[in-house]
Design a protein around this ligand. Structure first.
Ligand code: ZN
Length: 301
């Protein structure tokens, strides 16, 4: 049996959040429907941030209302605080992804909270879940390889957060290169360090292709034994701190690479290419994903 790699589709959240165009609820649902038709089973569908601050993410409740629970499907809502958790639970999310920034500089500017305050918030969310029940909870450590304000982020910073998140019994920890500054060798070392500090916790990796190292970092993660990766269809998105940057690693690009090597993703490459081209047309841009532009191989008639 070939090794299974799970890809979490983040286009509707991380992708759209960093695009200038603001899609309607119906357009978002159309995008999510196209992605799920390609075999996507875990999808970051919405974000429970303040829509006044992030207008691209408005309508989260309406999007979730149109996505009834379905066996084998997990629709994830992003939450930055307890209010976000409550909204995600009320909206019927199958999973909540809580974010803790790895550095105070980014944390203060992005979430108005230090790392310690964000960890306290994560503890509040975990306690509420333990008391009242609720969906799966994952914690994403953002800017885990570098911060646009504080500069370098050390391995010790990331490990300390991972250790605390693991102690709170989150279901998964994601290590995110939010601004696209990681290299594959550092990725490997950081995975090994987090694993040593938080043994047994399921790891997920999240890369932006800001400086063309995204797929190399994905490769390094898989070589280091990580089985779950985020990607965004079409490679849409960007980086708020690098105005001309491309977005997350493209789902098509990752699936293509894994398909060629014999891994199992359960995703339909041709369908993803079509969905990536479709969403980029909606956004009025050429797909950043190389495979969306070039097509797969061998060419199927
Ligand atoms: Zn991201």
């Amino acid at each position: 049996m070939s090794r299974v790699i799970e890809i979490v589709e983040v286009g509707p959240r991380d992708g759209l959040q960093n695009e200038k165009a603001v899609l309607s609820v119906d357009e978002k649902l159309d995008f999510i429907g196209r992605l799920e038709a390609c075999g996507v089973r875990r999808i970051e569908a919405v974000s429970f941030v303040n829509p006044k601050r992030v207008p691209q993410m408005a309508g989260a409740e309406e999007v979730m209302e149109a996505l009834p629970h379905r066996a084998g499907r997990s629709r994830i809502g992003l939450a930055l605080n307890l209010k976000g958790w409550d909204r995600a639970v009320a909206a019927g999310c199958d999973e909540v992804n809580a974010v803790v920034c790895a550095s105070d500089g980014f944390g203060m500017r992005n979430q108005g909270a230090t790392v310690a305050e964000q960890l306290a918030t994560l503890a509040d969310i975990a306690a509420k879940k333990a008391a009242e029940g609720g969906p799966r909870l994952s914690a994403t450590i953002s800017v885990a390889f570098g911060d646009p304000f504080d500069g370098e982020v050390s391995e010790q910073q990331v490990v300390a957060i991972a250790r605390e998140a693991a102690a709170l019994k989150v279901d998964e920890i994601a290590i995110a290169d939010t601004i696209g500054v990681a290299d594959p060798w550092t990725v490997r070392r950081r995975i090994e360090a987090v694993r040593a500090a938080a043994p047994g916790v399921r790891l997920r990796m999240h890369f932006h292709d800001t400086r063309n190292t995204g797929l190399a970092n994905a490769f390094a993660s898989i070589e280091a034994g990580v089985d779950v990766l985020d990607a965004s269809c079409g490679g849409i998105g960007g980086c708020p701190f690098a105005p001309a940057a491309t977005g997350n690693i493209g789902t098509e690009d990752l699936v293509y690479m894994l398909d060629r090597a014999g891994f199992e993703t359960g995703l339909d490459l041709d369908g993803l290419i079509a969905a990536g081209r479709w969403i980029c047309e909606r956004l009025g841009k050429t797909p950043p994903s190389a495979v969306a532009r070039a097509g797969g191989f061998p060419v199927r008639s």
